[in-house]
Structure formats: C-alpha cells, structure tokens
Write a protein that binds this ligand. Structure first.
Ligand code: ATP
Ligand code: MG
Length: 367
C-alpha cells in the first residue's frame, strides 16, 4: 500500500498543501509547531476516517474555515485509487468519497489504506492507565475488523445513554424503568467485543513475543494477557455464554451503579497486561524493558495488518526515533525494511533507506 499524493485544504494549520511521496521512507522535518504531526494525522485520517489526536472532527478544520478537504492518490490492491474526506466545522456530517463516488458510511472506506502510528506516548503505554492501552488496542482492532469498529461504536452509544439515565434518575425515577433494556443491549454487544478482543490480543501477544525475544536475544519471554470482566471465565467462549456472564456481573453491581451513578461493569473497563519471564512489566519493568516491549507491540500490530491485507500498512513514526537510544533505533529501522514509512523529527538524523525529505514551515513546504 502506498500513498502517492496528498492534498490538504484548510486542514489544521494547512491552507493548501500538495505533496508527492516516495514509496519508501519519507522524512518530515521542521521546527516545533510547524505542522509535522498534523500532516501525519491527515495521512492517518485519509486511510481510516479516524484521528489519533482529535476528540471532535471539527478540531481538524482550520480555525476560521468552514470545511477541510483531504484528498489522496493511493496504490492499494494493485490499483490506483483516490480517497477523499470533507470535514465540516459545524455539526454537518463529514463526507467520504472513494474513486470519485460518494460513500454512505465511513465503513465503506475501511481497510483501503490502513496505517500504524507510533508516537512517544506509546513507549510508556504498558505503564500508563488502562484507558490508554484500550485506546491503542481498539485503534488497531478497528482497522483490522470493520465489524468490531461498528460494534464498538454501538456499545459506546448505549453506554452514553445509560450513563445519562443513571445521572438523570435523581430528577426522574421513572427513567429507571428503561434501564434493563439498556443493560440487555450492553451485554449483547459487549459479549461481541470481548470475543473479538480475545482473538486479537492472542495474536498480538504471540507476534510481539517474537519481536521481544529477538530484541532481548532470547533472554526475556514476553507474554500478554487480556483482562476483562471477572465473571468471564473464558473470553474465547461462544458469544451467548459471554453475554450470560456479563449479565451476571451487571446484576451483582446493580445497586452500586445506582448509588455511584456510573457504569461500573463491562468491557469498557477492559485492559491487558504484559509479563516478562512471568513478572508483571507494569509493576516491575525497567524503563528499557517497557520501551522495548512497546516497540514489539507496535511491530506486531503492523505484522497482523500485513497478514490481514496481504500488503504492508503505512507506518507513521511521530517523533519516536529521537526518543530511542541507538540500539533501539537500529532495531526499529531494521524491522521496517519494507513498506512506506513517514517519519517526523526536528533534526534529520541518520537514516539508512531515505527516500525523500520534506521540510515543513508554518504549514507550508519549504523548498
Ligand atoms: P512538534 O515538533 O512540537 O511536535 P509539530 O510540527 O508536530 O510540532 P503540530 O502538532 O503539527 O506541530 O501543530 C502545529 C500547529 O498547528 C500548532 O501550533 C497548532 O496551534 C496548529 N493547529 C492545530 N489545529 C489547528 C486548526 N484547526 N487550525 C489552525 N491551526 C491549528
Ligand atoms: Mg509533533
């Protein structure tokens, strides 16, 4: 998969940007706050319809502009294709086009140009809070499985509604009558999420173990455990079984949810843990081990995508290389000897397989 050309109009700090890329390594250099990460965000959004940093779509529209336009010429599945997104600053829904044809839903754009992002925050993800790990896992899984993406969106919608019911109950006790209906839906969709996650984390952990093993010269055995609702005895069990176990847990927390006015139980609390030689990385790992394990996870994510799509996904390295010592830099660079890569950094360092260098200054290419 390759992004050949990109144009951004009124996207973040870009008024009008037109770029052509190399099919190998593209180095994006520039001072702080010039638009390097914005450019990676635009590339990532083009292929996934998701931003790795924006909370709301409107954030990506340039201040004062009415809409942003992202267009790209890509090569995927051995075909030249075009992708386009138009994002609005108000509440108007975004528009998506593939090969000139307007698409009804973002799902129809999924999987055409998947990407893997690696940024400095990811290096510490194994020591961070559960929410950050869930975000990382979900972002990867959504790109691999569009049906998971849809189920997750549905789950979050129901969860939002349920939260509102729990908060509103003070004013109006009758809203509680509809709570069981929401709980039933949550367990149904939640069971599906757990089923997808069990399989995903299993493959991710196995692939990451190979990378981590290589990096540590075989000295450290990497294992990953997916952690979900405590009543779930086997996350690989049939969805119907999972649903029953989720209901059981919800029932036992019914009063606690009412009194705390919060959704306390469900896969929105899921997490995963990494052990090295059977010892929890989160509790006992060193800085270096934490970073190496995170690199292994990212490389594993890229590998799962390559297996799924039969082509290497685009790799977006935002500022991450400068955070790594020489040994880890080499390890990463040696592992990405194929596929298209976009690397941002403030100072161009040593890069072996450099295709193109693009210098960005205040949202423009400096020639
Ligand atoms: P660093 O090296 O510090 O990471 P960077 O080159 O990656 O810098 P970006 O994160 O891409 O910088 O952001 C550059 C600028 O874009 C910021 O100063 C920010 O104010 C601006 N910016 C972000 N969103 C918008 C927007 N919607 N409209 C206009 N400008 C924006
Ligand atoms: Mg940046």
């Amino acid at each position: 998969m390759n992004l050949n050309k990109l144009s951004l109009r009124d996207f973040r700090n870009y008024v009008n940007l037109n770029l052509e890329f190399d099919s190998g390594v593209n180095l994006i250099v520039g001072q702080n706050a010039q638009g390097k990460t914005n450019l990676l965000e635009g590339i990532g959004y083009l292929g996934s319809g998701k931003s790795f940093r924006a909370q709301r779509t409107a954030e990506m529209v340039r201040f004062g502009a009415e809409f942003a336009d992202i267009q790209g010429d890509i090569t995927a599945q051995n075909r030249q294709q075009t992708l386009r997104w138009v994002l609005f600053s108000g509440s108007r829904p975004r528009m998506a086009y593939r090969n000139g044809a307007k698409k009804k839903s973002a799902a129809e754009m999924a999987g055409v140009l998947p990407s893997v992002l690696f940024c400095p925050e990811d290096l510490m993800v194994l020591r961070a809070g559960a929410a950050q790990r869930r975000r990382l896992g979900d972002h990867a899984l959504c790109q691999l499985r569009p049906n998971y993406d849809a189920a997750l969106a549905e789950y979050n919608r129901i969860l939002d509604q349920k939260s509102r019911i729990l908060k509103d109950k003070e004013e109006n006790m009758s809203v509680l009558a509809i709570l069981p209906e929401y709980n039933a839906r949550l367990c149904q969709v939640g069971a599906l999420l757990i089923s997808y996650r069990a399989r995903f984390y299993d493959s991710l952990g196995k692939a990451a173990a190979v990378y981590h093993g290589q990096f540590s010269g075989g000295a450290e055995e990497f294992t990953l455990q997916y952690k979900t609702v405590s009543t779930v005895t086997d996350p690989f069990a049939p969805v119907e079984v999972l649903r029953g176990q989720l209901e059981e847990h919800l029932e036992s927390h019914y009063r606690a949810e009412l009194s705390s006015m919060q959704c306390l139980t469900g896969p929105h609390k899921d997490d995963f843990d990494v052990d090295l030689n059977g010892i929890s990385l989160k509790s006992y790992g060193s800085q270096g081990q934490t970073r190496t394990a995170a690199i292994s996870l990212k490389l594993a994510q890229r590998e799962l995508m390559a297996r799924e799509y039969g082509e290497d996904p685009i790799l977006l390295l935002d500022d991450v290389l400068s955070e790594l010592d020489a040994k880890r830099q080499d390890f990463v660079l040696n592992q990405i000897d194929k596929g298209q890569v976009f690397i941002t950094c403030c100072e161009p360092e040593r890069f072996t397989r450099l295709g193109k260098t693009i210098e960005i200054q205040q949202g423009q290419v400096r020639s």
